[in-house]
Design a protein around this ligand. Sequence first.
Ligand SMILES: Nc1ncnc2c1ncn2[C@@H]1O[C@H](COP(=O)(O)OP(=O)(O)OP(=O)(O)O)[C@@H](O)[C@H]1O
Length: 442
Amino acid sequence: MEFTTLAETLWQRCLTHIETRLPEKDVNLWLRPLEADFNEGGLDLMAPNEVVRDQVERELRTPIANALSEMGELPKRIRVLVGGGQRTSAPATAEPAAAPSATRHNLDGRYTFETFVQGKSNQIARAAAEQAADPDNVAYNPLLIYGGVGLGKTHLMQSVGNRLLANQPQAKVAYVRSEHFVNEMVTAIRHNRMDRFKGHYRSLDALLIDDIQFFAGKDRSQEEFFHTFNSLLESNQRIVITCDRFPKEVEGLEDRLKSRFSWGLSVAVEPPELETRVAIMLSKADYHGITLPQEVAFFIAKRVRSNVRDLEGALHRLKASAQITGTPITVDFAKQALHDMLAVYDRLVTLENIQRTVAEYYKMRLTDLLGKKRTRSIARPRQLAMALAKELTNHSLPEIGQGFGGRDHTTVLHACRKVKELRETDARVDEDYANLSRILTS
Ligand SMILES: Nc1ncnc2c1ncn2[C@@H]1O[C@H](COP(=O)(O)OP(=O)(O)OP(=O)(O)O)[C@@H](O)[C@H]1O
């Protein structure tokens, strides 16, 4: 008892010391929930759950050690363990081994609202997710986030879980991929443990279930999920779901499930626009301690358009190449280091397929799109096509003008400005542009 008191006193002093060095948010979120204990000359910091433990291990162990050393306190070792609230030194591995894996708070501490870059393409989804993370607001339950690959659905969903846990560290929040849910269920059936499986999922405060398109065709899993789902909804527990498309379009998914999903709120994440892609790159670079000049971020984001995961991949490749060669990251360096990846993207969008796609979209003839007629029904799609060419290819204004029936570069410039203006004032034009951009880049 005396040791615990000493440890707590030391820890409180350490917190006071560290408060002057770390953002208040980090101290409140990650460090205050810890309880301190001495164990054989070492300091054990007990975290209420694995999210907190992992975050402290990853990001905060060094500041803690530095603070203690600056205070002249040198414990033999520092351990961060799960087990807060009980003043026990049981390590994380001493949790009931047979519990289904999702009982552990298997959230990734990096996926938070704070690290999520907002843009036009995701602002509604983000706002809805923030609401879903508000324990007092169950208006939109379940929340369904849908959209293409690598656009931040999992990031947003886990942000909901991390926020819920930050506000209520004892909450039972489980993140599970649908594939994992199915596998767990199969194992439970095989070992005659269905009751436990059901009990576990129905006892949660929040269930985050990723990629439900994977349930397609798996009838027994859908059945079980349906019951879990109903039971959680009835007691107002939080459910967040993601899907790679609007669930009504997923073949092999039962109608009753689809209809349940629509009880709450469905929001889409779209591919981010150029400025958001640049902001994401800069923010990820900052997070990973990579010095990335803005012009390089623009250079890459202009080419890698449809998938944020690929943007991150490009960033990691750049970092590795720069480290190996000891070269600073410049546009020329990026061109070389990423040439194969960029070549794939450059191949995807050509002037010809922009023209063909726009003509098909507006159900008009290609010859009209490239011809001289100036009626609005023809001139507007032409302007959109030119603006898309400017955004999605590396062609210069004169080259684009040339490709559009030998027009002057000032005509292309005018088209780009006009489309920019229209996108801000005319929702139809904005939607057409976004649709075309998605068709061309996905
Ligand atoms: N707006 C954003 N801000 C910051 N990071 C983002 C954003 N959008 C996506 N990312 C990052 O891109 C990567 C892929 O995102 P995520 O895994 O959430 O995509 P997803 O939509 O769930 O994809 P999938 O359908 O393949 O599961 C993650 O590392 C995520 O942090």
